[in-house]
Ligand binder design. Structure first.
Ligand code: PLP
Ligand code: FES
Length: 507
C-alpha cells in the first residue's frame, strides 16, 4: 500500500461502520474521518495523494482502485483523481510536513527487526569469495575446495562461539525461516513415526513461520497447543508445564519477539523441558548477537539463527542441533548429504563467511552495542511516553531495548507511518502485509483492535545515531499531534467526554 489514502479511508470506514451519533458529528468537517463519522450522508470527495511528481498520477489511480470499496462501505462516493476540485486530504498537509528530507535523501532507518544493514567489515570479509576464491567447499580433491572449506569451517566456529555450541552442532540454512521449518517439522516427523509422540507446544506470539510449520503438522495428524501469553507478552511457565503431555515431543518458544521485543524465560523453559524429556527449540532470530545466550546453560536443543538480523548478509542462517543428548530429525532437503545429512546442497561460501564475520563482531562488540542501544532506547522511550495517551506494549523490563513498540491512542498506526515518510518504520505485521488485520501478537496480549491498530515498532541498531533518535522523537510528537487534531474522538477526549459512555447507533 504505497499511499496514504487507504489508511485514512480504513480508519474512516471503521469509524463509519459504527455510525456515530450526532453529538460526534461536527459541521465543517476538515477531515475524511470526520466525514466518515457522520457517515451515511452520501458525500463526494476527492483527495490528493503523495507528492512524487514522477508517479503522482499512478498513485492517485492506484488509490482509487484500492479504496473505492472502502469509500462505498463508508457511505461515500468517489469521484476525481487528482484533488483538482479543491478538496484536499488533510494527509496532504501532513505529508508536506513530512518532507523535511532533502531531495534524494533516504528516510532514517528504524526497522532493525525487519533487517539490518550489512556491516562494512562483513562485506570486506565476503568479497574475496565472489572473486578469486570460488572453490566448492565440498570439493575434497584440490586446493580450491580446501580453501573454501577452511573459510566455511572458520565461520562455523564463530557462530558456535556466539551461542556456546560446538561447531559440529551448527547446520547452515537459508535463514531462520528454514531453520524453524527444519527444527519443528524435522523433529516431529522423526519422532512422530512411532505414533507415540504426536504433540507439540508453541506460543500464540511466535513468528508466522513457526505457527505455519505447526499448522502443517496438524494436517499430518499432530496436535498442537498454541499457548496464550500474559498481557506483558511473556508465557506463563506454570501453564506451559501443565500443557506438557506424555506424548509431547517438542516445545518451541521464541527468544525475543520480533514485534514487541519481549524476552521469554529461556533458561526456565529449558530446565522444564530437560526435566520432562521434551525437546526445546527456540527461534532466536531476534536474540542471537544481541543478548548473551548459551545453549548448554539454557538447555536448548535446537535454535534458529538468522544472519541478516545481525548485520550479516541476507539469505543465510543456521540451525543449532544438539549432539549430546542427540537430537534426531528428518531433513527437509535431501541430496548430497552435506551438513551432517540434515541440509543437502552446496554452501554459499561468501554468505557463510559474511555470516561468520557478523557473529564474530557481534560477540566482540555485544557489550558496547548493548550499552549504546539501551541509551538510545531509553531516550526514545522516555520521550514517546511523555506524550499523553501513549503506552509501551510488552513487558517493560524483560525486553530487548532495540525493539520499542508503542501505541498512540486515537491515531491509526498506518496513518502515522504514512505521515512519517521520512522514517522507515513498521507497525508490526499488519500494515506491512496484505492483511488488514491488526497484529496478532498485540491481540494475543489482549490489546483492543484500536490499540493494536495504533501501534508502531521502533527498531534501533548498531548504526543508529543520537541525532536520528532526536529527529524521530520530534517528528513523531509533531505528527501524532497533528493526526490527533484531525480526530473527532481526540476532540471528545479533550473535552472530557468518556468515550465508553458514547452510544454508537447502527443504521
Ligand atoms: C522471530 C523471527 N523468526 C524468523 C524470522 C525469519 O528469518 P529469515 O528472514 O532469516 O528467514 C524472523 C525475521 O523476520 C523473525 O523476526
Ligand atoms: S492495519 Fe495498519 S494500523 Fe492497523
Amino acid at each position: 500500500m504505497a499511499n496514504i489514502a487507504p489508511s485514512v479511508l480504513r480508519q474512516a470506514s471503521r469509524l463509519a461502520s459504527k455510525s456515530a451519533i450526532s453529538s460526534v458529528s461536527r459541521s465543517g468537517a476538515r477531515s475524511l474521518s470526520r466525514v466518515a463519522i457522520q457517515s451515511n450522508v452520501p458525500a463526494t470527495r476527492t483527495y490528493v495523494t503523495q507528492s512524487r511528481p514522477d508517479n503522482a498520477q499512478v498513485q492517485a489511480e492506484t488509490a482509487i482502485r484500492l479504496d473505492k470499496k472502502e469509500f462505498e462501505k463508508a457511505g461515500l462516493t468517489v469521484s476525481g483523481q487528482d484533488g483538482s476540485s479543491g478538496h484536499v486530504s488533510p494527509m496532504a498537509d501532513v505529508l508536506s510536513q513530512a518532507t523535511m528530507m532533502d531531495e534524494g535523501q533516504r528516510p532514517i532507518y528504524l526497522d532493525m527487526q525487519a533487517t539490518t544493514p550489512l556491516d562494512p567489515r562483513v562485506l570486506d570479509a565476503m568479497l574475496p569469495f565472489y572473486t578469486g576464491v570460488y572453490g566448492n567447499p565440498h570439493s575434497r580433491t584440490h586446493a580450491y575446495g580446501w580453501e573454501s572449506e577452511k573459510a566455511v569451517e572458520d565461520a562455523r566456529q564463530h557462530i558456535a562461539d556466539l551461542i556456546g555450541a560446538d561447531p559440529k552442532e551448527i547446520i547452515f540454512t537459508s535463514g531462520a525461516t528454514e531453520s524453524n521449518n527444519m527444527s519443528i517439522k524435522g523433529v516431529a516427523r522423526f519422532f512422530g513415526r512411532s505414533g507415540k509422540k504426536k504433540h507439540i507446544i508453541t506460543s500464540q506470539t511466535e513468528h508466522k513461520c513457526v505457527l505455519d510449520s505447526c499448522r502443517h503438522l496438524q494436517d499430518e495428524g499432530f496436535e498442537v497447543t498454541y499457548l496464550p501469553v500474559q498481557s506483558n507478552g511473556l508465557i506463563d511457565l506454570k501453564l506451559l508445564e501443565e500443557s506438557i503431555r506424555p506424548d509431547t515431543v517438542l516445545i518451541s518458544i521464541m527468544a525475543v519477539n520480533n514485534e514487541i521485543g519481549v524476552i521469554q524465560p529461556l533458561a526456565e523453559i529449558g530446565k522444564l523441558c530437560r526435566a520432562k524429556k521434551v525437546f526445546f527449540h527456540t527461534d532466536a532470530a531476534q536474540a542471537v548477537g544481541k543478548l548473551s545466550l548459551d545453549v548448554n546453560e539454557m538447555n536448548i536443543d535446537l535454535m534458529s539463527i538468522s544472519s541478516h538480523k545481525i548485520y550479516g548478509p541476507k539469505g543465510i542462517g543456521a540451525c543449532f542441533v544438539r549432539r549430546r543428548p542427540r537430537v534426531r530429525l528428518d531433513p527437509i532437503i535431501s541430496g548430497g548429504g552435506q551438513e551432517r545429512g540434515l541440509r543437502s546442497g552446496t554452501l554459499a561460501p561468501a554468505l557463510v563467511v559474511g555470516f561468520g564475520e557478523a557473529c564474530r563482531i557481534a560477540k566482540e562488540e555485544m557489550e558496547y552495542d548493548s550499552k549504546r542501544i539501551k541509551f538510545l532506547s531509553d531516550r526514545l522511550l522516555n520521550g514517546l511516553l511523555s506524550m499523553e495517551h501513549t503506552q509501551q506494549n510488552g513487558d517493560h523490563e524483560h525486553f530487548y531495548p532495540g525493539c520499542v513498540n508503542v501505541s498512540f491512542a486515537y491515531v491509526e498506526g498506518e496513518s502515522l507511518l504514512m505521515a512519517l515518510k521520512d522514517i522507515a518504520l513498521s507497525s508490526g505485521s499488519a500494515c506491512t502485509s496484505a492483511s488488514l488485520e491488526p497484529s496478532y501478537v498485540l491481540r494475543a496480549l489482549g490489546n483492543s483492535d484500536e490499540s493494536a491498530h495504533s501501534s508502531i515498532r521502533f527498531g534501533i541498531g548498531r548504526f543508529t545515531t543520537e541525532q536520528e533518535i532526536d529527529y524521530v522523537l520530534k517528528a513523531v510528537t509533531q505528527r501524532v499531534g497533528f493526526l490527533r487534531e484531525l480526530s473527532p474522538l481526540w476532540e471528545l477526549v479533550q473535552e472530557g467526554v468518556d468515550l465508553n459512555t458514547i452510544e454508537w447507533s447502527q443504521h
